[in-house]
Design a binder for this molecule. Structure first.
Ligand code: PNS
Length: 166
């Protein structure tokens, strides 16, 4: 079975990520979306919330599983017996960081491939951080994220506003 891991922060998942999954789910028997639990990085959504949002948003893709992980990606990928890591590329700005990561992971697991997939051109500017910033300032991001994520962002915005008032 050809299994690939699609790792990331996914804080939160965007339509760009979903586009990558729709493209790559045709290439592998199974894809495990691995949501990093990075204690040193402040996230808007908890790892569990992020994973649930991805599960909800990929119900139309039967060969996708979602898990949380922490630590070294290479260890996680080895444990899964995956043959590839999937990463999305938007513009050339992504390239340098992605190349370094791919090289690190190749040093740690020599026979592992990192597969770069380009999302649809309409998502080249879409990032989780951009979506968060716009949504938390009251912007409409409905064309950029799955509906369930939009609802999640609105819920976070309400909590933030209540905390400010209280
Ligand atoms: O969505 P992101 O934030 O760009 O994802 C980055 C991620 C989670 C793929 C990357 O930070 C990662 O692999 N972290 C785990 C630690 C690791 O294995 N680093 C690479 C070797 S230095």
């Amino acid at each position: 079975m050809k299994l690939a891991v699609y790792p990331g922060s996914f804080d939160p998942v965007t339509n760009g990520h979903i586009d990558i999954l729709e493209r790559t789910s045709k290439l592998f028997d199974k894809i495990v979306v691995a949501v990093i639990h990075n204690v040193s990085k402040q996230a808007l959504f908890t790892p569990q919330e992020r994973a649930d949002l991805i599960r909800e948003s990929t119900k139309h893709l039967p060969n996708i599983e979602v898990e949380c992980f922490s630590g070294l990606l290479a260890d996680y990928v080895s444990g899964k017996h995956a043959c590839a890591i999937i990463r999305g590329l938007r513009t050339v700005i992504d390239f340098e960081y992605e190349m370094q990561m791919a090289m690190w992971n190749r040093v740690l697991i020599p026979n592992l491939e990192t597969i770069f997939v380009m999302s649809d051109s309409k998502y080249t500017f879409v990032s989780s951080s951009g979506v968060k910033e716009a949504a938390l300032l009251g912007g409409n991001v409905s064309s950029l994220v799955p509906e369930v994520v939009e609802r999640g962002l609105l819920a976070k915005l309400t909590i933030i506003r209540q905390n400010k008032e209280g």
